[in-house]
Write a protein that binds this ligand. Structure first.
Ligand SMILES: Nc1ncnc2c1ncn2[C@@H]1O[C@H](COP(=O)(O)OP(=O)(O)O)[C@@H](O)[C@H]1O
Ligand SMILES: [Mg+2]
Length: 300
């Protein structure tokens, strides 16, 4: 068979265009962002840079504008001022077409999940596939959806269930499967463990970490959950006074003298989370030293 045999060439025009993965250092760069609703200013001169491959935790009191910030980054909230770049493309001056290009390269799990209740889990996962790659053969689309469902740690039979038939934790995983539908480079998670019991929350954290590592994702993770921050976040950004007042590792944040940060991380709940993380790390070290059975760690 010759390489030049025309019968062996694939007409590239028939394949969906796939963007080159982003190789820059900072997949999200926000500068001087201002958001307001009428007279109510939510963000003022907010800046934040997210590094490629990290899980960045975003914390802040309720109503400080964490969800609004996420909505601005993904182009659902038009800011009053400032610039936002995602994967090297401007969101703030994107024309419609550009915008769509970038939209297929991130996945979003909104606060509350927001699955379509009249669609099965697999059909939910197929929605973005249909939107962005309508030319994909239906059989292949079903196959991709089933794969994403399993990647999210759901049993295979969950694919044909409706959201109402799922537990809270399973709904979150179904939302995650949909967020992963297009093989995103950036994953946005808005309070994914809110409402889960501690075991379900810890399992979801482990899954997030595993996906970040194996798929090389950058994860923008809004959370209240101190255990999540200690267990899986590389850095934490603190939203207060309408801006990101600090960003760094937890030890770096603890070294700052800001009252909200001190109260949050050094309050009773913060200390409990820190202790539990230290105990977990010790137990893992112990486990490796004695090469005991670690299989319990892989549980759902
Ligand atoms: N569509 C909207 N219209 C008016 N006000 C809004 C809208 N969305 C959010 N807000 C207000 O913006 C502030 C920040 O909201 P949000 O980002 O949801 O906070 P959180 O940090 O809890 O996620 C809140 O005071 C909220 O009431
Ligand atoms: Mg919110």
């Amino acid at each position: 068979m010759s390489e030049h045999d025309p019968a062996n060439t694939v007409d590239e025009a028939d394949l969906p265009a796939v963007a080159e993965p982003f190789t820059g250092d900072n997949p999200i760069v926000i500068e001087g962002l201002k958001n307001s609703f009428g007279d109510h200013v939510i963000h003022e001169d907010l800046s934040l840079t997210v590094r490629r491959g990290e899980i960045i935790g975003v914390v802040g009191g309720s109503g400080t504008g964490k969800s609004v910030l996420m909505r601005s980054i993904i182009g659902l909230q038009i800011p009053d001022a400032g610039t936002i770049e995602v994967l090297g493309s401007s969101i703030t001056d994107a024309q419609d077409d550009d915008d769509i290009d970038i939209r297929s390269r991130w996945g979003v799990l909104f606060q509350g999940g927001a699955l379509f209740s009249t669609l099965t889990v697999a059909e939910n996962v197929e929605v973005p596939l249909l939107e962005f790659y309508p030319e994909i053969d239906p059989e292949l689309r079903h196959e991709i959806a089933r794969y994403k469902v399993m990647l999210s740690g759901l049993p295979e039979e969950a694919a044909s269930k409706y959201p109402a038939e799922l537990s809270g934790g399973m709904k979150k995983r179904a939302g995650l499967a949909r967020a992963l539908a297009l093989d995103p480079e950036v994953l946005f998670l808005d309070e994914p463990t809110a409402g889960l019991d501690p075991i379900g929350a810890a399992a979801f954290d482990r899954l997030t970490k595993e996906l970040q590592e194996t798929l090389g994702l950058t994860v923008f993770l809004i959370t209240h959950d101190l255990d999540t921050l200690y267990e899986i976040c590389d850095r934490v950004a603190v939203l207060a006074e309408k801006k990101v007042i600090a960003v760094g590792t937890i030890p770096e944040l603890l070294a700052l003298d800001h009252p909200w940060i001190q109260e949050y991380f050094n309050g009773p709940r913060g200390r409990a989370a820190q202790n539990s993380q230290e105990r977990g790390a010790q137990a893992r070290e112990q486990g490796h030293a004695d090469s005991v059975d670690n299989s319990g760690e892989q549980g759902a």
